[in-house]
Design a protein around this ligand. Sequence first.
Ligand SMILES: *Cc1c(COP(=O)(O)O)cnc(C)c1O
Length: 358
Amino acid sequence: MARPARARLDAQALHHNLQQVRSHAPTARVLAVVKANGYGHGLAWVANTLKEADGFAVASTEEGMQLRLAGVIKPIMLLEGFFSSDELPALQLRQLAPVLHNEQQLHLLESHPAALPHAVWVKLDTGMHRIGFAPEQLTDVLARLRQLKGIHDIRAMTHFANADDTANAATRTQIELFRSKVNSLGLETSLANSAGIVAWPESHADWVRPGIMLYGGSPLLGKTAEELNLKPVMTLESALIAVHHRRQGEAIGYGGDFVCPEDMPVGVVAIGYGDGYPRHAPAGTPVLVNGSRVPLVGRVSMDMITVDLRAQPKARVGDPVVLWGEGLPVDEVAAKAGTISYEILCHVAERIPRVVMK
Ligand SMILES: *Cc1c(COP(=O)(O)O)cnc(C)c1O
């Protein structure tokens, strides 16, 4: 027998969520964002499952190479581009299309005319103020790239800072600035992340870049995944490995943070921060035991958590537990733990087996 902690992966949910991308942005091509090990779901599994995507986006050359090794032949965008010239031969050979966002990258390309990537994405900083060329630099950047004959496709992209907040007009300002600089140039363009896809149709352009919505997390503030018709792809499961009848006044776990207010059953679940369960999840964070909610109590340990079983007096060792996924939105657990679904998902540890449902 194995430790019961595992991440169940639902391929149908992944297909369904991509279908939601298509229904929001029917004319755009879809670059499925699979950085950080496919948001924790497994880079190769996500890429090989999403055969219907038009391409993929990752953070680095290494992740792009992993996709090629996994058999992906579709276009691949490198969201931070390359970091040094020694990556250039791989970009050329494996047809990885880097984002260009700074002068150093441009200079490296000009210095290595024999190792140019076939396609590049010029990133404009339209207001996120993280990476990207200033909009007024675009003309000069394009002129320099056009001198480099090995580059066949030059495209333009940008990224939103506030698209999750539908009341924030900054996104419209970003879209308009991007359009004013790029629209007359005849380049292929990409602006929208998941929030842009769902909430800002004017940002769809030629290519959209969904990440979190593919995995079933909500990309919008104040909207649940269910309201957006997104389905959880990962269900993190485990089981009760102990049930104890504690006395009033007994303290549970490290630091004795939780003191039983009355005689009560307390369950122990084989999951902890060593598995990626958030250590800062407070007492009251919901956990499903036998499909019903019970509250977390006490501190999260590396390999275990404790739960208040007063609402489940018949629960026994071996009963199934869900930490998030089907029946318990990852967004809700993330909010309790003071973080976002993105972080929770990409922190699921390597030691958790990913089990694909048929
Ligand atoms: C991660 C990322 C995305 C995907 O964002 P989601 O909010 O997960 O949809 C899109 N574009 C860029 C540049 C990114 O870094």
